[in-house]
Design a binder for this molecule. Sequence first.
Ligand code: HSE
Length: 442
Amino acid sequence: MSERPVRSSVRVAVLGCGSVGSQVVRLLDEHADDLAARVGAPVELVGVAVRRIDAPREVEVPDGLLTTDAHALVARDDVDVVVEVIGGIEPARSLILAALEHGASVVTANKALIAEDGSTLFEAADKAAGGEGRDLYFEAAVAGAIPILRPLRESLAGDRVTRVLGIVNGTTNFILDKMDTQGSGFAEALEEAQELGYAEADPTADVEGFDAAAKAAILASLAFHSRVTAADVHREGITEVTAADMRSARDTGRVVKLLAIAELRDGADGEAVAVRVHPAMIPRSHPLASVREAFNAVFVESEAAGQLMFYGPGAGGAPTASAVLGDLVTVARNRLAGTRGAGESAYAAREVLPMGETRTRYHVALDVDDRAGVLAAVATAFADHDVSIQTVRQEGRGADAQLVVVSHQATDAQLSATVEALRAMDIVHEVSSVMRVEGEAE
Ligand code: HSE
């Protein structure tokens, strides 16, 4: 049992006072009475760790609470809950581990850390307070304000989730939406996103899919009760998406989205988890197709509940702080009750399927000679790789033609080998668009 005295308030330290941290500090102050009523005791801010005391910030932090010594703050005996909103791997990991070691519960928004090294943190949370255990909550790590981790962890705990499809990166959704609606290329849409403050000056984490891959790993772990890390996620960003891809999607009634996909699939030793992030075409009638601009949404399919969609702002100071505060209320209540919420659930220990073995469908647009036998030769390339064709559209353009082939499901290895074979054929002038198709009947 913890040797800490029972207190009449829950004492909170916040690590980081950037766009999220400053909103956490603001909401703690402005909603103090409501929070006290909801928790059952006042929630008291006792320290805010920052890099520079005199940096300009969005909120006025009460005198004496700012410190540059985050390690000393998390080691204080009078801190019940540490809120980590610094981001990145270090020093966030050391600070969270130290906080747990000193008996504090932790709320974090740190997707990169949970996805890379969640197991170390979960083990530390289980061992904290002499084995009593402490909460480690991280709702804000995925899709900002949208409640999705708690629904997976708690509301759907009695169901069997089979697939999670998410638009979990607002920057890339904004860029793809502009490419779709304005017909712009990737570079132009990225520039607009940067001008409007949706994309960072260095947009790599977003446009190359790293941010979405971290979130996909977290979603897969919770949905399938298995340990999935960012390194397990097949990742492709949106930098190669072209205006031709967007047109081709539009012509076939689809739209391009960067999807985080986690699903249960048959593996060699039973059920496995397939988890990937890549651009994909989805039908314009799919609920995720209506997610515009920088919004996020997560579409969940489960055996008993059927299809569920969670939608809202996936980033930004106040929306992310909303999720942090929600966790803080739960964690604070647990502290007062001398209990903790559910920890990591990885009992299923499912293997992660390699991308090559993952089943999906391809949309392939080809410029070909327009003469007898060409369609048959293209169809043969698919048949040679045991890939069944679902639809073929052909448009004559004088001497040549464009073919758009959409396959039925096959493994990604079969499908990519088919595309390689098509590229090598003399009758194929160019493979102008290759993209996976998701969200349709298989
Ligand atoms: N950069 C992310 C996005 C938000 O564009 O959605 C933080 O995860």
